[in-house]
Design a protein around this ligand. Structure first.
Ligand code: PRP
Length: 178
């Protein structure tokens, strides 16, 4: 698996250090807010779980599956594959994402949460690829801005592979151009 990686872009240590910083910020902000933390499946699973252990305030956890990709290129379509279990009306919501790319997934999800009456909606994303943005939306808490490379690992996949790499790496071209 590691042989398919061109190089490591963000190491496990760098991720963990940044997660500590983000968690400190979030813990200050959400101390008495009792938010619902919404993890966007499947990519955000690892980031969410590592962050949850660092968030020192009362919260609920929920999952949503919103899908925007097919293979290497975004189709531009967003689909609600699995809905939340919680009622978000009147509750602050903190959305956890692995990456903001075109912004379509988040734009859709944030609008959905607002339409359902969430008290507030903020987004915490590990990675942000601003060059790829098609919809105007930004994360409120962002781990790393990244260049426009094919990234995998730490939740990010290619054809549902490489999610379990403990770092964020650049996938070799030969892997997806064959
Ligand atoms: C990826 C990623 C984000 C989204 C970002 O999810 O996890 O949710 O795409 O892309 P966007 O900004 O262009 O919308 P994907 O739909 O590939 O599903 P996955 O998390 O199951 O891999």
């Amino acid at each position: 698996m590691n042989n398919d990686i061109e190089r490591i872009l963000i190491s496990q240590d760098q991720i963990e250090q940044r997660e500590d910083e983000l968690a400190t910020e979030l813990t200050a902000k959400y101390q008495d807010q009792f938010p619902i933390v919404v993890s966007v499946l499947t990519g955000a699973m690892i980031f969410t779980s590592d962050m949850l252990k660092r968030l020192n305030f009362k919260l609920n956890v929920d999952l949503v599956d919103v899908s925007s990709y097919a293979g290497a290129n975004s189709t531009g379509e967003v689909e609600l594959v699995q809905d939340l279990k919680s009622n978000v009306a009147g509750r602050p919501v903190l959305v956890m994402e692995d990456i903001i790319d075109t912004g379509r997934t988040l734009a859709y999800l944030v609008q959905l949460l607002k339409d359902r009456g969430a008290k507030s909606v903020e987004v915490c994303a590990l990675l942000d690829k601003p060059e790829r943005r098609e919809v105007e939306i930004d994360g409120d808490y962002v781990g790393f801005k990244t260049p426009n490379e094919f990234l995998v690992g730490y939740g990010l996949d290619y054809n549902n592979l490489y999610r379990n790499l403990p770092y964020v790496g650049i996938l070799k071209r030969s892997v997806y151009e064959q």
